[in-house]
Design a binder for this molecule. Structure first.
Ligand SMILES: [Zn+2]
Length: 103
């Protein structure tokens, strides 16, 4: 019965999506991350440290946090990400917490 096969296939697809942890970081995240690194010349946008000075690729930080979006994929846009070195990243995250993330 072709219909039964389709349903089983669909169910398996849904299960594998829901079952995977951290699913908000799949999809377009990897490619946005690469685009952001290229746009920012692999350097921190806040202090200007380069990949060589940091010793690794800078972190790619969301300006508006992923959790603020109904659909996490909406957060993964080039306009909403910025490259930061680990120390600026933690400073920025701390400031965001202090200011209470105004909408
Ligand atoms: Zn920095």
């Amino acid at each position: 019965m072709p219909l039964a096969v389709d349903v089983r296939k669909l169910a398996r697809r849904i299960t594998s999506r829901v079952g995977r942890r951290g699913s908000e970081y799949v999809g377009r995240w990897q490619s946005i991350k690469m685009e952001a690194l290229e746009r920012d010349d692999h350097a921190c946008r806040r202090c200007g440290k380069t990949r060589e000075e940091i010793g690794k690729e800078p972190d790619v930080n969301h300006l508006i946090p992923v959790r603020a979006f109904d659909d996490p994929q909406e957060a993964h846009r080039l306009l909403n990400v910025v490259c930061l070195c680990p120390s600026c990243h933690s400073t920025v995250e701390h400031q965001a917490e202090v200011s209470g993330l105004e909408k």
